[in-house]
Design a protein around this ligand. Structure first.
Ligand SMILES: NC(=O)C1=CN([C@@H]2O[C@H](COP(=O)(O)OP(=O)(O)OC[C@H]3O[C@@H](n4cnc5c(N)ncnc54)[C@H](OP(=O)(O)O)[C@@H]3O)[C@@H](O)[C@H]2O)C=CC1
Ligand SMILES: Cc1cn([C@H]2C[C@H](O)[C@@H](COP(=O)(O)OP(=O)(O)O[C@H]3O[C@@H](C)C(=O)[C@@H](O)[C@H]3O)O2)c(=O)[nH]c1=O
Length: 299
């Protein structure tokens, strides 16, 4: 199986290099080889490689910056995705693509299912949604995996920000009225590889698996609960910090103004993934602890 991987140096892309390697021959693309800011360049790349699977882990993920950079965000998150989807359709390849909890407005009381109405609050969320819609309209075989609050030992993310701030300051203020599930890039990559493995070996499953799936760790917390957990575990691992968990103060969204609005409820119901692929996902705390150990081993 020939797999074309885009965005190979991101959090998820880096983990995918490891997780996808046993499945076949990987064609690894960073921004230099496949620039999603130039959608017109991508069809020829796919045509030349003729992959059986395209895995797109590239995205414009700077949520606040996107508010003032909508055209670029749209080129990367939507227009290039449309080109990739059309190219996947032309060579009958599967397209595995990642999307986000930020396609929802966060007003629902319960966890969101794949069938719930979308309503992005930000340019990032809107352009990611347009990417989803382009894939669905193309008619290519696809898995759109919506995930949330992604972190990894490699790359920038909320955990690294909290560890840096807790090392610099005696007190932190963190939003407590946005709820979701922190999900590790390692888990996303391992599940992606498993899904492709299952599709390759189960023809009946492959014939009806196309669609959107929610893929997050189990359980839920707020950004505040997440920060407290990270700082408590880091302190227990003897990381040198000025702030402890009790120095992280709960604040409301209104107390922390940012350019992009975020959903209050980011919880995604993963029942469809569980039922379709017979898959059980671990609690979010498990991989956070793994990541902290990895950071200690390779700071
Ligand atoms: N991060 C998160 O919290 C969440 C992410 N997601 C989704 O998961 C997927 C993976 O995200 P994640 O790994 O965290 O993102 P990262 O920001 O860690 O990585 C994004 C990757 O996209 C690449 N990229 C950005 N612009 C371009 C471009 N113009 N051409 C080619 N490559 C480009 C970056 O390249 P470079 O390394 O050169 O900068 C980087 O390798 C994305 O689809 C994202 O929307 C969903 C929910 C949460
Ligand atoms: C640094 C900081 C952030 N916050 C809040 C702001 C925000 O609501 C929340 C998270 O902030 P960040 O900017 O790290 O995260 P953000 O960029 O909003 O993360 C999102 O990224 C995109 C790519 C996704 O798809 C989402 O699933 C989500 O992970 O924490 C505080 O309350 N206090 C702080 O000191």
């Amino acid at each position: 199986m020939k797999i074309l991987l885009l965005g190979a140096n991101g959090q998820v892309g880096w983990e995918l290099q490891r997780a996808l390697a046993p499945l076949g021959r990987l064609e690894i693309c960073d921004r230099l080889r496949a620039d999603l800011d130039r959608p017109e360049s991508l069809a020829a790349l796919v045509e030349r490689i003729q992959p059986q699977v395209i895995v797109n882990a590239a995205a414009y993920t700077a949520v606040d910056k996107a508010e003032s950079d909508a055209a670029r965000s749209r080129r990367v998150n939507a227009e290039s995705v449309e080109v990739l989807a059309d190219a996947a359709r032309s060579c009958d390849a599967w397209l595995v693509h990642y999307s986000t909890d930020y396609v929802f407005d966060g007003c629902k009381a319960a966890a969101y299912t794949e069938d719930d109405p979308v309503g992005p609050l930000s340019v990032y969320g809107q352009t990611k949604l347009e990417g989803e819609q382009a894939i669905q309209a193309s008619g290519c075989k696809h898995l759109i995996l919506r995930t949330s609050w992604v972190y990894a030992a490699r790359g920038s993310n909320f955990i690294k920000t909290m560890l840096r701030l807790a090392a610099e300051r005696e007190e932190l203020r963190v939003i407590a009225d946005q709820i979701g599930a922190p999900t590790s890039a390692e888990l996303i990559a391992d599940v992606s590889a498993l899904l492709l493995y299952r599709l390759r070996h189960d023809r009946a499953l492959a014939e009806q698996a196309t669609g959107v799936y929610h893929l997050t760790a189990a359980g839920e917390t707020s950004w505040h609960g997440y920060a407290r957990f990270v700082v408590a575990k880091a302190a227990a691992l003897d990381m040198s910090l000025k702030a402890g968990p009790d120095d992280i103060h709960a604040i409301g969204t209104a107390d922390y103004p940012l350019p992009a609005r975020r959903p209050a409820n980011s919880r995604l119901d993963t029942g469809k993934l569980r039922r379709t692929f017979d898959l059980h996902l671990p609690q979010w705390e498990y991989h956070v602890e793994r990541m902290l150990h990895e950071l200690l081993a390779k700071p």
